[in-house]
Design a protein around this ligand. Structure first.
Ligand SMILES: Cc1cc2nc3c(=O)[nH]c(=O)nc-3n(C[C@H](O)[C@H](O)[C@H](O)COP(=O)(O)OP(=O)(O)OC[C@H]3O[C@@H](n4cnc5c(N)ncnc54)[C@H](O)[C@@H]3O)c2cc1C
Length: 206
């Protein structure tokens, strides 16, 4: 919040957007805002599948699963990742919709499917939380790893290191690092330019 406010962003917490007609955004606890530009970043919704019982769906279209990622009420249908809501005392609304739970559930489920084929007992999923980190740009990041919290440049460098290490292959890692390094000093935003219809020859109205 502080980082955003330092950047000049006005943040309104605990406010719901009720409607937007292309000109005016109407909220529940805030005066309407006249704007022709609205960026919507309120999260993603699960893509449901026809045929599944309606009661398996929960908030945001997530699918209720048991500890083995089996869809509630089914023996042989599974859901993993963002789509799966595995409720537990530690995660009453399911695991966070992030890459690590999705990857770990995939590994556990793949192993369990092999176990089912081999007629061995299957293993429940246990999330190994490696921590959380977020950045909103140069020198601004927050991290929390095993209860330890940090922010600022240190957290930002850790964010860069962890994300570079997650990239597959040394050549790719080096290419991304060099690109980030050049961007840091050049402030180069060339690839984010939005070209209006008067400038782009191939601009399509739709
Ligand atoms: C903008 C953004 C930034 C993010 N940043 C981070 C981050 O920094 N760190 C982090 O850990 N997580 C981040 N996430 C979350 C992360 O991307 C997800 O948690 C992760 O991708 C979930 O993996 P998944 O396999 O469950 O789903 P997805 O990666 O969404 O894969 C689901 C796939 O299923 C396909 N699909 C959908 N419907 C059908 C259908 N009917 N038939 C066939 N295929 C279908 C989709 O096209 C998609 O390819 C971010 C997400 C967003 C949107």
């Amino acid at each position: 919040l502080k980082y955003l406010e330092d950047l000049g962003v006005k943040v309104h917490l605990n406010v719901m957007l009720k409607s937007y007609d292309g000109l005016e955004a109407v909220f529940d606890k805030l005066d309407p805002i006249q704007t022709r530009s609205l960026l919507w970043a309120a999260g993603v919704k699960g893509n449901g599948i026809k045929g599944l019982r309606q009661e398996v769906y929960t908030q945001g279209g997530r699918i209720l699963v048991d500890d083995y990622n089996r869809i509630r009420g089914y023996e042989n249908v599974f859901a993993i990742g963002d789509l799966a809501q595995m409720e537990s005392p530690e995660y009453p609304k399911g695991h966070p919709m992030m890459a690590p739970p999705a990857i770990q559930q995939a590994i556990n489920l793949a192993d369990n499917i092999k176990r089912i084929i081999a007629r061995k007992p299957i293993r429940p999923f246990r999330y190994s939380n490696q921590g959380a980190m977020a950045t909103i740009g140069r020198n601004r990041a927050v991290i929390e790893i095993k209860g330890l919290k940090a922010h600022g440049i240190f957290a930002w460098v850790v964010w860069i290191f962890v994300h570079l290490m997650a990239i597959v292959g040394f050549k790719n890692r080096l290419a991304v690092f060099l690109s980030w390094f050049i961007s840091y000093f050049s402030f180069d935003k060339a690839n984010r330019v939005i070209i209006g219809k008067n400038f782009g020859a191939d601009y399509d109205e739709d």
